[in-house]
Ligand binder design. Structure first.
Ligand SMILES: Cc1ncc(COP(=O)(O)O)c(C=O)c1O
Length: 379
Protein backbone atom coordinates (compact mmCIF):
# COMPACT_ATOMS: atom_id res chain seq x y z
CA UNK A 1 0.00 0.00 0.00
CA UNK A 2 1.25 3.48 -0.82
CA UNK A 3 1.85 5.76 2.19
CA UNK A 4 -1.11 7.98 1.31
CA UNK A 5 -3.41 4.96 1.58
CA UNK A 6 -1.92 3.89 4.90
CA UNK A 7 -2.29 7.45 6.24
CA UNK A 8 -5.98 7.54 5.29
CA UNK A 9 -6.65 4.27 7.11
CA UNK A 10 -4.60 5.12 10.20
CA UNK A 11 -5.90 8.69 10.45
CA UNK A 12 -9.51 7.54 10.40
CA UNK A 13 -8.85 4.79 12.94
CA UNK A 14 -7.16 7.29 15.26
CA UNK A 15 -10.06 9.70 14.77
CA UNK A 16 -12.54 6.95 15.72
CA UNK A 17 -10.57 6.30 18.88
CA UNK A 18 -10.36 10.01 19.69
CA UNK A 19 -13.88 11.25 19.00
CA UNK A 20 -15.98 8.06 18.51
CA UNK A 21 -16.99 5.91 15.54
CA UNK A 22 -20.20 7.73 14.58
CA UNK A 23 -18.56 11.09 15.12
CA UNK A 24 -15.60 10.11 12.91
CA UNK A 25 -18.03 8.90 10.26
CA UNK A 26 -19.78 12.28 10.30
CA UNK A 27 -16.46 14.10 10.09
CA UNK A 28 -15.43 11.99 7.08
CA UNK A 29 -18.84 12.16 5.34
CA UNK A 30 -17.61 14.19 2.39
CA UNK A 31 -14.53 12.03 1.83
CA UNK A 32 -16.62 8.91 2.19
CA UNK A 33 -19.11 10.13 -0.45
CA UNK A 34 -16.12 10.73 -2.70
CA UNK A 35 -15.17 7.04 -2.56
CA UNK A 36 -18.31 6.26 -4.59
CA UNK A 37 -17.35 8.95 -7.10
CA UNK A 38 -13.81 7.61 -7.38
CA UNK A 39 -14.97 4.00 -7.92
CA UNK A 40 -17.49 5.25 -10.49
CA UNK A 41 -14.79 7.22 -12.30
CA UNK A 42 -12.54 4.16 -12.42
CA UNK A 43 -15.30 2.24 -14.21
CA UNK A 44 -16.96 4.95 -16.29
CA UNK A 45 -20.08 4.54 -14.15
CA UNK A 46 -22.24 6.83 -11.98
CA UNK A 47 -21.82 6.98 -8.19
CA UNK A 48 -25.39 5.72 -7.61
CA UNK A 49 -24.42 2.51 -9.47
CA UNK A 50 -21.71 1.71 -6.89
CA UNK A 51 -22.02 -0.30 -3.68
CA UNK A 52 -19.16 -0.46 -1.19
CA UNK A 53 -18.82 -4.01 0.10
CA UNK A 54 -16.32 -5.78 2.33
CA UNK A 55 -14.59 -7.77 -0.42
CA UNK A 56 -14.82 -8.78 -4.06
CA UNK A 57 -16.32 -12.18 -3.30
CA UNK A 58 -19.21 -10.75 -1.30
CA UNK A 59 -19.72 -8.02 -3.92
CA UNK A 60 -19.98 -10.72 -6.61
CA UNK A 61 -22.30 -12.76 -4.37
CA UNK A 62 -24.66 -9.84 -3.79
CA UNK A 63 -25.07 -9.49 -7.56
CA UNK A 64 -25.31 -13.20 -8.29
CA UNK A 65 -27.76 -14.10 -5.53
CA UNK A 66 -30.03 -11.20 -6.54
CA UNK A 67 -30.80 -12.96 -9.80
CA UNK A 68 -33.99 -14.99 -9.53
CA UNK A 69 -33.01 -18.13 -11.37
CA UNK A 70 -35.81 -20.38 -12.49
CA UNK A 71 -36.09 -23.93 -13.78
CA UNK A 72 -34.42 -24.25 -17.18
CA UNK A 73 -32.19 -21.18 -16.89
CA UNK A 74 -28.63 -21.58 -18.13
CA UNK A 75 -25.45 -20.05 -16.69
CA UNK A 76 -22.46 -19.85 -19.03
CA UNK A 77 -18.98 -19.41 -17.63
CA UNK A 78 -15.33 -19.75 -18.58
CA UNK A 79 -12.83 -22.58 -18.23
CA UNK A 80 -10.71 -20.36 -15.98
CA UNK A 81 -13.49 -19.48 -13.56
CA UNK A 82 -12.68 -18.83 -9.92
CA UNK A 83 -13.68 -21.42 -7.29
CA UNK A 84 -15.98 -19.22 -5.19
CA UNK A 85 -17.96 -18.27 -8.30
CA UNK A 86 -18.33 -21.86 -9.45
CA UNK A 87 -19.40 -22.90 -5.94
CA UNK A 88 -22.18 -20.29 -6.16
CA UNK A 89 -23.24 -21.62 -9.60
CA UNK A 90 -23.39 -25.15 -8.21
CA UNK A 91 -25.31 -23.82 -5.22
CA UNK A 92 -28.24 -22.75 -7.43
CA UNK A 93 -28.14 -25.86 -9.62
CA UNK A 94 -30.86 -27.55 -7.59
CA UNK A 95 -33.29 -24.88 -8.85
CA UNK A 96 -33.07 -26.60 -12.23
CA UNK A 97 -30.36 -24.28 -13.52
CA UNK A 98 -27.65 -25.67 -15.79
CA UNK A 99 -24.03 -24.55 -15.50
CA UNK A 100 -22.12 -24.76 -18.77
CA UNK A 101 -18.48 -24.03 -19.45
CA UNK A 102 -17.66 -22.24 -22.70
CA UNK A 103 -14.61 -23.89 -24.31
CA UNK A 104 -11.40 -21.99 -24.90
CA UNK A 105 -10.11 -20.93 -28.29
CA UNK A 106 -6.66 -21.93 -29.55
CA UNK A 107 -5.05 -19.19 -27.43
CA UNK A 108 -6.61 -20.42 -24.18
CA UNK A 109 -9.09 -17.59 -23.77
CA UNK A 110 -12.85 -18.01 -23.81
CA UNK A 111 -13.86 -18.74 -27.40
CA UNK A 112 -16.18 -15.97 -28.56
CA UNK A 113 -17.57 -18.02 -31.51
CA UNK A 114 -18.21 -20.95 -29.14
CA UNK A 115 -20.04 -18.62 -26.76
CA UNK A 116 -22.11 -17.27 -29.63
CA UNK A 117 -23.07 -20.79 -30.69
CA UNK A 118 -24.21 -21.65 -27.14
CA UNK A 119 -26.56 -18.69 -26.76
CA UNK A 120 -30.32 -19.00 -26.66
CA UNK A 121 -33.18 -17.40 -24.76
CA UNK A 122 -32.57 -19.60 -21.72
CA UNK A 123 -29.10 -18.16 -21.06
CA UNK A 124 -29.91 -16.05 -18.03
CA UNK A 125 -26.35 -15.22 -17.05
CA UNK A 126 -22.86 -15.11 -18.50
CA UNK A 127 -20.36 -14.84 -15.64
CA UNK A 128 -16.65 -14.60 -16.31
CA UNK A 129 -13.50 -13.70 -14.39
CA UNK A 130 -11.77 -10.97 -16.37
CA UNK A 131 -8.38 -12.34 -15.27
CA UNK A 132 -8.27 -15.70 -13.54
CA UNK A 133 -6.51 -16.39 -10.28
CA UNK A 134 -4.05 -18.76 -11.98
CA UNK A 135 -2.54 -16.69 -14.77
CA UNK A 136 -2.26 -13.45 -16.69
CA UNK A 137 -4.96 -14.34 -19.23
CA UNK A 138 -7.27 -11.41 -20.06
CA UNK A 139 -10.66 -12.60 -21.20
CA UNK A 140 -12.29 -10.77 -24.14
CA UNK A 141 -14.76 -8.94 -21.89
CA UNK A 142 -16.12 -6.46 -24.45
CA UNK A 143 -16.82 -9.22 -27.00
CA UNK A 144 -18.59 -11.25 -24.32
CA UNK A 145 -20.58 -8.18 -23.23
CA UNK A 146 -21.67 -7.48 -26.79
CA UNK A 147 -23.02 -11.02 -27.22
CA UNK A 148 -24.67 -10.96 -23.79
CA UNK A 149 -26.52 -7.74 -24.50
CA UNK A 150 -27.58 -8.89 -28.00
CA UNK A 151 -28.92 -12.09 -26.44
CA UNK A 152 -30.65 -10.36 -23.52
CA UNK A 153 -28.52 -12.26 -20.99
CA UNK A 154 -27.08 -10.72 -17.85
CA UNK A 155 -23.30 -10.31 -17.81
CA UNK A 156 -21.45 -10.44 -14.49
CA UNK A 157 -17.76 -9.57 -14.78
CA UNK A 158 -15.45 -10.53 -11.92
CA UNK A 159 -12.83 -7.79 -12.20
CA UNK A 160 -11.15 -8.64 -8.91
CA UNK A 161 -7.78 -9.05 -10.59
CA UNK A 162 -8.10 -6.32 -13.21
CA UNK A 163 -9.43 -3.30 -11.25
CA UNK A 164 -6.48 -0.92 -11.05
CA UNK A 165 -4.54 -2.97 -13.60
CA UNK A 166 -6.52 -2.63 -16.85
CA UNK A 167 -8.62 0.35 -17.96
CA UNK A 168 -12.24 -0.62 -17.31
CA UNK A 169 -15.25 1.02 -18.92
CA UNK A 170 -18.58 -0.57 -18.10
CA UNK A 171 -20.23 1.10 -21.10
CA UNK A 172 -17.70 -0.38 -23.52
CA UNK A 173 -17.68 -3.76 -21.78
CA UNK A 174 -21.48 -3.72 -21.60
CA UNK A 175 -21.54 -5.62 -18.33
CA UNK A 176 -24.54 -5.51 -16.02
CA UNK A 177 -22.46 -6.11 -12.90
CA UNK A 178 -18.78 -5.75 -12.09
CA UNK A 179 -17.16 -6.80 -8.81
CA UNK A 180 -13.77 -5.58 -7.63
CA UNK A 181 -11.42 -5.59 -4.68
CA UNK A 182 -9.25 -2.97 -3.09
CA UNK A 183 -6.43 -5.29 -2.05
CA UNK A 184 -4.93 -6.33 -5.38
CA UNK A 185 -3.91 -4.07 -8.28
CA UNK A 186 -5.45 -1.01 -6.66
CA UNK A 187 -2.97 -1.38 -3.79
CA UNK A 188 -5.62 -0.65 -1.18
CA UNK A 189 -6.27 -2.43 2.11
CA UNK A 190 -7.79 -5.86 2.57
CA UNK A 191 -11.43 -6.05 3.67
CA UNK A 192 -12.78 -3.56 1.13
CA UNK A 193 -14.31 -4.00 -2.29
CA UNK A 194 -17.06 -2.65 -4.49
CA UNK A 195 -19.82 -3.64 -6.87
CA UNK A 196 -21.14 -1.87 -9.96
CA UNK A 197 -24.75 -2.54 -10.97
CA UNK A 198 -26.15 -1.02 -14.18
CA UNK A 199 -28.58 1.77 -13.37
CA UNK A 200 -31.74 0.42 -15.00
CA UNK A 201 -31.24 -2.97 -13.37
CA UNK A 202 -30.85 -1.84 -9.77
CA UNK A 203 -34.53 -1.52 -8.90
CA UNK A 204 -35.39 -4.81 -10.62
CA UNK A 205 -33.13 -6.77 -8.27
CA UNK A 206 -33.85 -7.75 -4.69
CA UNK A 207 -30.57 -8.38 -2.85
CA UNK A 208 -30.36 -11.70 -0.97
CA UNK A 209 -29.77 -9.86 2.32
CA UNK A 210 -31.47 -6.67 3.44
CA UNK A 211 -30.94 -4.51 6.50
CA UNK A 212 -31.97 -1.07 7.70
CA UNK A 213 -29.44 0.56 5.34
CA UNK A 214 -30.53 -1.35 2.24
CA UNK A 215 -34.20 -0.83 3.08
CA UNK A 216 -36.47 1.26 5.31
CA UNK A 217 -38.94 -0.26 7.76
CA UNK A 218 -41.81 1.84 6.39
CA UNK A 219 -44.85 0.51 8.26
CA UNK A 220 -45.25 -2.20 10.91
CA UNK A 221 -45.48 -4.84 8.19
CA UNK A 222 -43.66 -3.34 5.21
CA UNK A 223 -40.21 -2.36 4.12
CA UNK A 224 -39.10 -0.32 1.13
CA UNK A 225 -35.79 -1.07 -0.59
CA UNK A 226 -33.66 1.93 -1.47
CA UNK A 227 -33.34 2.95 -5.12
CA UNK A 228 -29.59 3.11 -5.60
CA UNK A 229 -26.87 0.43 -5.58
CA UNK A 230 -26.48 0.91 -1.83
CA UNK A 231 -29.31 -1.63 -1.59
CA UNK A 232 -26.52 -4.22 -2.07
CA UNK A 233 -24.56 -2.90 0.93
CA UNK A 234 -24.98 -3.41 4.63
CA UNK A 235 -25.08 -0.71 7.24
CA UNK A 236 -22.01 -1.39 9.31
CA UNK A 237 -18.74 -1.07 7.50
CA UNK A 238 -15.06 -0.56 7.93
CA UNK A 239 -14.93 3.16 7.16
CA UNK A 240 -11.17 3.36 7.55
CA UNK A 241 -10.57 0.67 4.95
CA UNK A 242 -13.08 2.07 2.51
CA UNK A 243 -11.53 5.52 2.86
CA UNK A 244 -8.16 3.88 2.20
CA UNK A 245 -9.58 2.19 -0.88
CA UNK A 246 -10.86 5.58 -2.10
CA UNK A 247 -7.37 7.05 -1.82
CA UNK A 248 -5.91 4.00 -3.61
CA UNK A 249 -8.37 4.47 -6.49
CA UNK A 250 -7.56 8.20 -6.67
CA UNK A 251 -3.88 7.36 -6.85
CA UNK A 252 -4.44 4.88 -9.69
CA UNK A 253 -6.48 7.53 -11.54
CA UNK A 254 -3.78 10.11 -10.90
CA UNK A 255 -1.06 7.86 -12.36
CA UNK A 256 -3.44 6.86 -15.15
CA UNK A 257 -4.71 3.31 -15.56
CA UNK A 258 -3.64 3.28 -19.23
CA UNK A 259 -0.06 4.01 -18.13
CA UNK A 260 -0.24 1.44 -15.36
CA UNK A 261 -1.53 -1.20 -17.79
CA UNK A 262 1.14 -0.44 -20.38
CA UNK A 263 3.97 -0.76 -17.84
CA UNK A 264 2.51 -3.91 -16.22
CA UNK A 265 2.34 -5.63 -19.62
CA UNK A 266 5.96 -4.68 -20.35
CA UNK A 267 7.26 -5.97 -17.03
CA UNK A 268 5.13 -9.12 -17.06
CA UNK A 269 6.36 -10.03 -20.55
CA UNK A 270 9.93 -9.30 -19.42
CA UNK A 271 9.44 -11.71 -16.52
CA UNK A 272 7.88 -14.37 -18.76
CA UNK A 273 10.71 -14.09 -21.30
CA UNK A 274 13.38 -14.32 -18.63
CA UNK A 275 11.70 -17.24 -16.82
CA UNK A 276 11.35 -19.10 -20.11
CA UNK A 277 15.12 -18.98 -20.54
CA UNK A 278 15.66 -20.94 -17.31
CA UNK A 279 16.20 -24.67 -17.72
CA UNK A 280 13.18 -26.80 -16.79
CA UNK A 281 10.98 -23.74 -16.15
CA UNK A 282 7.64 -23.59 -17.92
CA UNK A 283 5.53 -20.41 -18.05
CA UNK A 284 1.86 -21.40 -18.02
CA UNK A 285 -0.02 -18.17 -18.78
CA UNK A 286 -2.61 -18.39 -21.54
CA UNK A 287 -4.22 -15.84 -23.84
CA UNK A 288 -3.35 -13.32 -26.52
CA UNK A 289 -3.54 -10.41 -24.09
CA UNK A 290 -1.73 -11.11 -20.83
CA UNK A 291 -1.41 -8.99 -17.73
CA UNK A 292 0.62 -8.84 -14.56
CA UNK A 293 -0.02 -12.25 -13.09
CA UNK A 294 2.73 -14.63 -14.12
CA UNK A 295 2.48 -18.34 -13.39
CA UNK A 296 5.11 -21.00 -13.86
CA UNK A 297 6.52 -24.24 -12.58
CA UNK A 298 9.91 -25.91 -12.62
CA UNK A 299 10.33 -29.56 -13.46
CA UNK A 300 11.47 -31.55 -10.46
CA UNK A 301 10.69 -28.90 -7.81
CA UNK A 302 7.30 -28.62 -6.13
CA UNK A 303 5.78 -25.13 -6.57
CA UNK A 304 5.27 -24.71 -2.82
CA UNK A 305 8.98 -25.41 -2.29
CA UNK A 306 9.82 -22.65 -4.79
CA UNK A 307 7.45 -20.26 -3.02
CA UNK A 308 8.98 -21.04 0.38
CA UNK A 309 12.53 -20.68 -0.95
CA UNK A 310 11.67 -17.36 -2.57
CA UNK A 311 10.06 -16.23 0.67
CA UNK A 312 13.31 -16.94 2.49
CA UNK A 313 14.97 -14.57 -0.01
CA UNK A 314 12.35 -11.88 0.72
CA UNK A 315 10.53 -12.45 -2.57
CA UNK A 316 6.78 -12.85 -2.15
CA UNK A 317 5.02 -15.22 -4.50
CA UNK A 318 2.11 -17.60 -3.96
CA UNK A 319 1.04 -21.00 -5.09
CA UNK A 320 -2.06 -21.27 -7.22
CA UNK A 321 -3.84 -24.49 -6.37
CA UNK A 322 -5.84 -27.02 -8.40
CA UNK A 323 -9.09 -26.25 -6.58
CA UNK A 324 -8.99 -22.51 -7.16
CA UNK A 325 -9.51 -22.94 -10.94
CA UNK A 326 -10.45 -26.62 -11.24
CA UNK A 327 -11.86 -26.66 -14.79
CA UNK A 328 -8.72 -25.11 -16.24
CA UNK A 329 -6.17 -26.90 -14.05
CA UNK A 330 -7.79 -30.27 -14.79
CA UNK A 331 -7.92 -29.63 -18.54
CA UNK A 332 -4.24 -28.71 -18.55
CA UNK A 333 -3.21 -31.49 -16.19
CA UNK A 334 -1.80 -28.99 -13.69
CA UNK A 335 -1.91 -29.42 -9.93
CA UNK A 336 -0.10 -26.40 -8.53
CA UNK A 337 1.71 -23.37 -9.94
CA UNK A 338 3.93 -20.58 -8.66
CA UNK A 339 2.23 -17.22 -9.05
CA UNK A 340 4.25 -14.02 -9.17
CA UNK A 341 2.59 -10.65 -9.71
CA UNK A 342 4.24 -7.59 -11.16
CA UNK A 343 2.90 -4.05 -10.94
CA UNK A 344 3.89 -0.92 -12.80
CA UNK A 345 6.55 -0.15 -10.20
CA UNK A 346 8.24 -3.58 -10.41
CA UNK A 347 11.82 -2.95 -11.52
CA UNK A 348 14.01 -4.89 -13.94
CA UNK A 349 16.33 -5.62 -10.99
CA UNK A 350 13.53 -7.20 -9.02
CA UNK A 351 12.62 -9.37 -12.01
CA UNK A 352 16.25 -10.41 -12.35
CA UNK A 353 16.49 -11.23 -8.63
CA UNK A 354 13.42 -13.44 -8.84
CA UNK A 355 14.70 -15.23 -11.93
CA UNK A 356 18.18 -15.78 -10.49
CA UNK A 357 16.59 -17.29 -7.40
CA UNK A 358 14.36 -19.56 -9.48
CA UNK A 359 17.45 -20.61 -11.41
CA UNK A 360 19.25 -21.53 -8.16
CA UNK A 361 16.37 -23.44 -6.57
CA UNK A 362 16.56 -27.13 -7.16
CA UNK A 363 14.85 -30.03 -5.48
CA UNK A 364 15.95 -30.25 -1.88
CA UNK A 365 15.77 -33.51 0.03
CA UNK A 366 13.63 -32.22 2.88
CA UNK A 367 11.13 -30.50 0.58
CA UNK A 368 8.19 -32.60 1.81
CA UNK A 369 8.84 -31.55 5.41
CA UNK A 370 9.15 -27.95 4.33
CA UNK A 371 5.91 -27.94 2.41
CA UNK A 372 3.92 -29.46 5.23
CA UNK A 373 5.52 -27.21 7.84
CA UNK A 374 4.59 -23.98 6.11
CA UNK A 375 1.03 -23.38 5.14
CA UNK A 376 0.30 -21.24 2.12
CA UNK A 377 -2.45 -18.66 2.14
CA UNK A 378 -5.02 -18.99 -0.61
CA UNK A 379 -5.01 -16.64 -3.58
C1 LIG B 1 -10.74 -14.12 -10.06
C2 LIG B 1 -10.95 -13.83 -8.61
N1 LIG B 1 -12.16 -13.44 -8.19
C3 LIG B 1 -12.41 -13.16 -6.91
C4 LIG B 1 -11.43 -13.25 -5.95
C5 LIG B 1 -11.78 -12.97 -4.52
O1 LIG B 1 -11.32 -11.78 -4.02
P1 LIG B 1 -11.47 -11.45 -2.48
O2 LIG B 1 -10.76 -12.56 -1.75
O3 LIG B 1 -10.82 -10.13 -2.31
O4 LIG B 1 -12.91 -11.46 -2.15
C6 LIG B 1 -10.14 -13.65 -6.33
C7 LIG B 1 -9.07 -13.76 -5.33
O5 LIG B 1 -8.00 -14.21 -5.56
C8 LIG B 1 -9.90 -13.95 -7.70
O6 LIG B 1 -8.69 -14.34 -8.10
Amino acid sequence: MPQRVIDAIVDHTVLEAKIGGYEAEAAAAERFAKVYKSAAMLLGASPHEIALIENATRAWDMAFYSIEFKQGDRILTSMAEYASNVIAFLHVKDRGVSVEVVPNDEHGQLSVPALESMLDSRVRLIAVSHMPTNGGLVQPAAEIGKLASQNGSLFLLDACQTAGQIPLDVEKIRCDFLSATSRKYLRGPRGAGFLYVRSDLIEKLVPPLLDLHAATWATDSKFVIREDAKRFENWEKNYANHLGMGVAIDLALEIGVERIWHQIQLQAERLRDRLSQIARVRVTDLGTVRGGIVTFDKEGVAPNVIVNELHDRSINTLTSSFNSTRFDMKARNLTQLVRASVHCFTTDDEIEQLCQSVEEITAIPHSAELSSARSQPRS
